[in-house]
Design a protein around this ligand. Structure first.
Ligand code: KIV
Length: 275
């Protein structure tokens, strides 16, 4: 049971049905990554609805240049720690690079993230190639978040990190993939670095929550890497991110400011969008 530090009110842990209801009710879903118990507690107490143990940990925790070196053991390790810190937020864990190349591998790795790590959903990157996989996992009790748009695990294939879905044919294909993944059983979609107009279309066309990162204000929710909003990630901060620490003065206040900005539709601003 979660206790709000400001009001003292208690709330049950969030479920996928509750996140779907938030979409139906037009309540924005505030999401962040976290990788350890201390930040998980802070995110939970700030009112973050969904916490992702992202394979971004390969970059912000492990210091790699990409997410490709991250292993299933790494994600299990960090998911266990985050799970211990959460009371209310819905916990999602990333399927890392090369952990879902076959349905058998995907099933056993996803089961580890849930059974050992405590995740309630797994996220995997990929479009049409993952439709069968989403159906396989969802049909066996493993909730799936499908990650479309920029897929960082494809960095070596793409030759860099680029906005996706700008051309009409690519946008059409992404809309189609989104609908087919949801029909196959995906309970959540994540769109990374896509034009705002495309994210809006997809969010309107599917029944499940669409969480955006660099996808404009009309996604059903927003997610950012926690170290980016605290401005402690090494290197240049992505265009779609914002430093919430500078104007807040403390980590708890920064996380609360982020949640409030998402809920009140103050974030993302036009400077964070792609066209
Ligand atoms: O790994 C991650 O943190 C992610 C976010 C960019 C959403 O997938």
């Amino acid at each position: 049971m979660y206790k709000d530090t400001q009001t003292g009110a208690t709330a049950a842990p969030l479920s996928i049905s509750r996140l779907k209801k938030m979409k139906r009710d037009g309540e924005k879903i505030a999401c962040l990554t976290a990788y350890d118990a201390s930040f998980a507690v802070q995110a939970d107490q700030a009112g973050v609805d969904l916490v992702l143990v992202g394979d971004s940990l390969g970059m912000v925790i492990q210091g790699h240049e990409t997410t490709v070196p991250v292993t299933v053991d790494d994600i299990v390790y960090h998911t266990k720690m985050v799970a211990r810190g959460l009371s209310r937020a819905f916990l999602v864990a990333d399927m890392p690079f090369a952990s879902y190349g076959s349905v058998e591998a995907a099933y056993s790795n996803a089961a580890r993230l849930m059974q050992e790590g405590g995740a309630r959903m797994v996220k995997l990157e990929g479009g049409p190639v993952q439709i069968g996989l989403a159906e396989y996992l969802a049909g066996r009790g493993i909730p799936v978040c499908a990650h479309l748009g920029l897929q960082p695990q494809f960095v070596h294939k793409l030759g860099g990190y680029k906005v996706q879905g700008r051309e009409a044919s690519a946008a059409e294909a992404m809309r189609d993939d989104a609908k087919r993944l949801v029909e196959a059983g995906a309970d959540l979609l994540l769109l990374e670095c896509v034009p705002s107009v495309l994210a809006k279309q997809i969010a309107t066309e599917v029944s499940v929550p669409v969480i955006g990162i660099g996808a404009g204000p009309d996604a059903d929710g927003q997610i950012l890497v926690i170290y980016d909003i605290l401005a402690i990630s090494a290197g240049k901060r992505p265009k779609f991110s914002k430093d919430f620490l500078q104007s807040s003065g403390s980590i708890p206040a920064a996380l609360q400011a982020y949640v409030r900005a998402v809920k009140e539709r103050q974030f993302p601003e036009p400077i964070h969008e792609f066209v």
